[in-house]
Design a protein around this ligand. Sequence first.
Ligand code: RB5
Length: 149
Amino acid sequence: MKIAIASDHIGYPLKEHIKEYLAPRGYEFIDVGTNSEERCNYPEFGKKAADLVAAGTCEFGILICGTGVGISLAANKVHGIRAVVCSEPYTARLCRQHNNANMIAFGARVIGSATAEMIVDEFFAAEFEGGRHQKRIDMIAAIENGEEL
Ligand code: RB5
């Protein structure tokens, strides 16, 4: 499975940790940066990763900044992106099962590396359940497309 991964300078060390954690488990990455702890702007990297997911180049994406909020806000401006900030594994599972999230975000200032591992484990193990949830995803897409609900 190919994953787009992005962070800002605050999230950079955790981005590297998550790649090291997931790579032996068979995940491939397109890492769009940032590539150091030098100060940068999270929207640039959130957009780059979101573009890869929206284009279908990557199936899913991982986003990391200080809180997970700024980089997910940027990613969610890309058409077709459903990026969710998670600080615990339960939301990581449910955002796949019910919300068909295609990007997961978390904050390097909020959670530690062990919790981040649990979050990505749950996110990638879960599957979208469809059914009644599909209608709601379609409604979100309608809002995105400027259609009436
Ligand atoms: C950077 O200082 C910080 O604002 C950023 O990492 C993130 O937390 C924004 O949401």
